[in-house]
Ligand binder design. Structure first.
Ligand code: FAD
Ligand code: UDP
Length: 364
């Protein structure tokens, strides 16, 4: 029988373990060095009983019906559209920037067709849009860029937007209508009983064994004949041979308050003030009713767990050198946000893992 070692019990590892066991009849051992499954999507009930996310807010959204249907085998869903407000010039105003944002901040009563011209009058022409500054100033001008993006990005990444690839701030659109949802994907749902419960279902198969608190290095020798799915940092796998890939980290401060609600929406961003970037209140996401409420403050840091690959050309070039090594490494498949050094959302990781599985299955 096929023997597989899956390193990492996050989305990439859990999807592949599930597919290999259920579709190929493989014998799979999943390890994770953390004491729990679900990777960065791990959620749990805290001491007060409030369902919260240990590694910051995770909101599921996708345009892929295939990804949504795949995950639907392991969870029921709760409809949830994420909304975010930003504290700008002392006011709570919607982000993504939309008609309501501009009318509120500037005391105007523009209509959607007028806002396009309002932006155009302020937008700065940029010959070629390359950086995260270009994307925003070429769309809405420098003033809104500075209010909403410059400070937040410098805090989040420790870099100026002009030093980051355009893909980073391009994640947040600009709208001329009143749509204040953070995402516009076709499918926007939270797993009804949480992410960890969904992962338990995925990994609940007689030929999947899960071992927690175990590092790859400790067990690699036991699995010399096995095929390996590696979902940890690719530079670490190769002992940082070409130097460390830069990652941005966060320190999470979780707080439980003896009150039902703290803020009007799931997340409030702080682009101009505070050392933290945002505060998330989980009950908006989960729909849980509880007399107390739990919040997470996110403080960006240079040191700590590798949460965000940093999208910049030189980092991509360094990753490409590791990728070339990976392609020459037989038996090992590199999958997921850390192993691909890509700023992927959860649904993109699921799609990548399903595509990897199809390639493995076809190669039989
Ligand atoms: P991970 O979840 O990081 O799993 C990798 C696992 O491998 C980890 O558990 C790690 O402990 C383990 N591991 C690594 N190396 C080793 C080793 N050597 N030995 C053993 N185990 C090892 N995405 C969204 O779609 N929506 C969101 O709202 C969203 N919010 C986010 C908020 C934050 C603060 C962060 C950091 C990410 C967010 N994401 C969000 C992205 C999402 O977390 C990732 O896309 C997804 O979790 C990646 O899954 P993965 O399996 O690739 O990696
Ligand atoms: N961003 C910003 N101001 C905001 C929200 C986002 O400048 O109010 C920028 C910032 O650089 C951030 C990026 O846009 O890192 C992507 O935002 P997103 O909310 O997608 O970040 P994530 O949820 O992945 O941390």
């Amino acid at each position: 029988m096929d023997r597989w070692l899956v390193v990492g019990a996050g989305f990439a590892g859990a999807v592949l373990a599930e597919r290999l066991a259920s579709q190929l009849g493989a014998l799979v051992t999943v390890i994770d060095r953390r004491p729990h499954i679900a990777g960065n999507a791990y959620d749990r009930r805290d001491a007060a009983g409030v369902l919260m996310h240990q590694y910051g807010p995770h909101i599921f959204h996708t345009n892929s019906e295939a990804v949504f249907e795949y995950l639907s085998q392991f969870t029921a869903w709760r409809f949830y559209e994420h909304r975010v407000l930003a504290v700008v010039d002392g006011q709570l105003t919607p982000i993504p920037i939309n008609l309501t944002t501009v009318n509120q901040l500037y005391g105007l009563s523009l209509e959607p067709d007028e806002l396009e011209a309002w932006f155009a009058a302020r937008a700065e022409p940029v010959a070629e849009i390359c950086t995260s500054e270009d994307v925003v100033v070429s769309r809405v001008g420098r003033e809104l860029y500075e209010k909403f993006f410059r400070g937040y990005t410098r805090k989040q990444w420790g870099l100026d937007p002009s030093e980051l690839d355009k893909s980073v701030t391009a994640r947040v659109p600009v709208r001329t209508d009143r749509d204040d949802r953070y995402f516009q994907d076709r499918f926007q749902f939270m797993p009804r009983d949480g992410y960890t419960a969904m992962f338990e279902q995925m990994l609940n198969h007689p030929s999947i064994e899960v071992r927690l608190g175990v590092d790859y290095k400790e067990v690699a020798g036991e699995f010399e004949d096995a095929q390996v799915i590696f979902t940890g940092p690719i530079d670490e796998f190769f002992d940082f041979r070409f130097g460390a890939l830069p990652y941005r980290s966060l320190r999470f401060e979780h707080v439980t308050l003896d009150q039902e609600q703290f803020q009007p929406v799931g997340t409030v961003n702080y682009p101009q003030t505070e050392a933290y970037t945002r505060i998330t209140e989980y009950k908006h996401l989960t729909g849980q009713e509880h007399p107390k409420t739990t919040l997470t403050y996110e403080y960006p840091t240079a040191e700590g767990d590798p949460y965000y690959p940093i999208p910049r050309a030189e980092n991509r070039a360094l990753y490409k050198r590791y990728e070339a090594l990976a392609l020459e490494t037989p038996r090992v498949h590199f999958v997921g946000r850390l192993a691909s050094y890509q700023y992927y959302n959860m649904d993109q990781v699921v799609a990548q893992a399903l595509a990897t599985f199809r390639r493995i299955a076809e190669a039989r």
